[in-house]
Design a protein around this ligand. Sequence first.
Ligand code: SME
Length: 161
Amino acid sequence: MFTSQSLSGDKPQQYAQLAAQARALLAGERDRIANAANLSALVYHALPDLNWVGFYFFDGTELVVGPFQGQPACVRIPLDRGVCGAAASSGLTQRVEDVEAFPGHIACDAASRSELVVPLFHDGALVGVFDLDSPVPGRFDVVDQQGLEEIAGVYLESLGA
Ligand code: SME
C-alpha cells in the first residue's frame, strides 16, 4: 500500500519529493480516472492552503468535472469561460493571484481567492485541466507553478504519453 511521506526542505525540494510520490502512486496504472482521483488526494493532503484540487476532462465540447478533493464543483465549463477554459483553450498554465480580478472567473466555492490551472495535452489532444484553488490570495508562485506542472506531467506519463 502506498503511504505518503511528509515533505521537507525548501519548496523546490518539496515539489521534487511530491513528484516522486506521485510517480510511485501512479506506477503501473493507466486508468485516467483512478490516477486523477489518487493524484487529487495526494496533492490536496500534501500542500497547505488549498480548498480544491482536481481534474476537468474535455468531452469534445466542454470541460466536465472529474475526480477532485474539496467542495462540490461546477460540472461543465465551456472553453471560453473561466480560468479552466482559458487554460484549456490557450494551452498555457493560468496562475491567477486574485480570482475576483479575472474576467469570467467561475466561483464554484466562494472561499477561493487564487487559482492555478495546468492544461493537459496527450499526443497533441486536449485531455482536460488540472485545477487547484486556494482561499489565500496569491497562494501560487512560480515555484508552485513549475512543481505542479511537473505533477501534471506525471499524470500525463501515467496515461502512456
Ligand atoms: N474557478 C474555475 C472553475 C472551477 S472551480 O474552481 C473548481 C474557473 O474559473 O474556471
